[in-house]
Design a protein. Structure first.
Length: 354
């Protein structure tokens, strides 16, 4: 049998509200799947590396995983297809606005395999059966085949661990998660780290898989992408396969340090863009239809029209924006829609063309 450590990692996201113990789920998984130390050859590390819970590698008996934790604002996930996702729900809180937003965010990344992990099932206020019904209704409203989504019910609580449920979770992921899903179709969004000689640059990857033969075009900085790049800069600089390191490539357009690039096959200039928005109820009542969309180095002026609001999640909607000038958007990336009156912003995801 092939050593799982030699396999390319599946990229999975563990998403949920902090109050639903999402961070504890990540820690529980890491502890349950950690290799047991050999007491006969124990070595003391007098200067251990800092714990970085937002991104970690975990290896089961069959797979290698790169786990991204998404437990508190901002809820941005990389604009790439996920190999699997874990939606964390509390048996005492059930479906709430934050969970609706996160479930919608995961679904917008594409139809990746999904597992629902229910915490606090041993709590006296837990309504396990009702929670399962409500979560399946939410997933059905988002276009998933909800009956096919597996659930893991855990006694994990504020003062109670449950390693058995963590191992059960990864047994399901071993069975259902994909590997390098849609990597060829994932947009490359990268930051230029520095020029070494004419025509060649070092790129700090943000998302996607970079091919040396892929044609790249330069765009200006994307502010919300920049936040994620800073968060990931420390991690695995020698691993380029999932966009979390450095590499050298030749650009079709000379670029300055700190410029941003994307693959020209994914770049599309748009004057009309469809956005999936949160806080859509406020947009539909009493607000000006004039807006700004934040992407690249400036806010581009436009007008918007709310096309639809969800029934199960009424605060999620679809908005069509007509811009005053073409903008090179990347599908499934985050942006910000800012209304001119009152001055307020709502997070949004760029939807792909129909």
């Amino acid at each position: 049998m092939r050593d799982p450590n030699t396999l390319p990692p599946c990229v999975i996201a563990i998403v949920g509200a902090s109050d639903d113990l999402t961070r504890r789920v990540t820690h529980s998984v890491r502890r349950a799947l950690a290799p047991k130390p050999d007491l006969l050859h124990a070595v003391m590390d007098i200067n251990p590396p800092m714990d970085r819970p937002s991104l970690t590698d975990i290896t089961s008996s069959k797979r290698r995983y790169r786990v991204i934790e998404c437990a508190e604002p901002p809820w941005e996930l990389p604009a790439r297809a996920l190999d699997a996702a874990v939606l964390v729900v509390s048996a005492t809180a059930s479906v709430h606005d934050v969970l609706r937003r996160l479930a919608f965010t995961v679904t917008s990344r594409g139809p990746c395999p999904l597992v629902v992990f229910v915490t606090r099932c041993a709590n006296r206020d837990a309504l396990r059966d009702l929670v399962e019904i409500e979560v399946r209704e939410l997933l059905e409203s988002l276009g998933r085949a909800a009956d096919d989504v597996p659930f893991v019910f855990s006694e994990l609580d504020g003062d109670r661990d449950d390693d058995e449920s963590a191992r059960a979770l990864f047994e399901l992921l071993d069975e259902h998660a994909t590997v390098c899903v849609q990597s060829a179709e994932t947009p490359v969004v990268a930051r230029v780290g520095g020029n070494y000689y004419d025509g060649w640059t070092s790129l700090e990857m943000y998302s996607g898989v970079l091919s040396l033969k892929r044609s790249l075009a330069v765009i200006d900085g994307a502010w919300w992408s920049d936040a994620l790049v800073r968060d990931l800069r420390w991690y695995a600089r020698d691993l380029v396969e999932f966009g979390l390191g450095f590499c050298n490539t030749k650009l079709t357009v000379p670029s300055d340090e700190d410029a941003w690039v994307l693959s020209s096959e994914h770049m599309k200039l748009r004057t009309v863009v469809d956005l999936a928005v949160f806080d859509a109820v406020e947009l539909s009542v009493g607000w000006s239809s004039e807006c700004f969309v934040r992407w690249a180095i400036a806010d581009v002026r436009g007008t918007f029209e709310v096309q639809s609001l969800g029934e199960i999640a009424p605060n999620l909607g679809r908005v069509r924006v007509t811009l005053s000038q073409p903008v090179p958007f990347v599908p499934r990336m985050y942006t910000r829609l800012q209304t001119t009156w009152p001055m307020a912003t709502v997070p949004a995801i760029v939807l792909p063309d129909e």
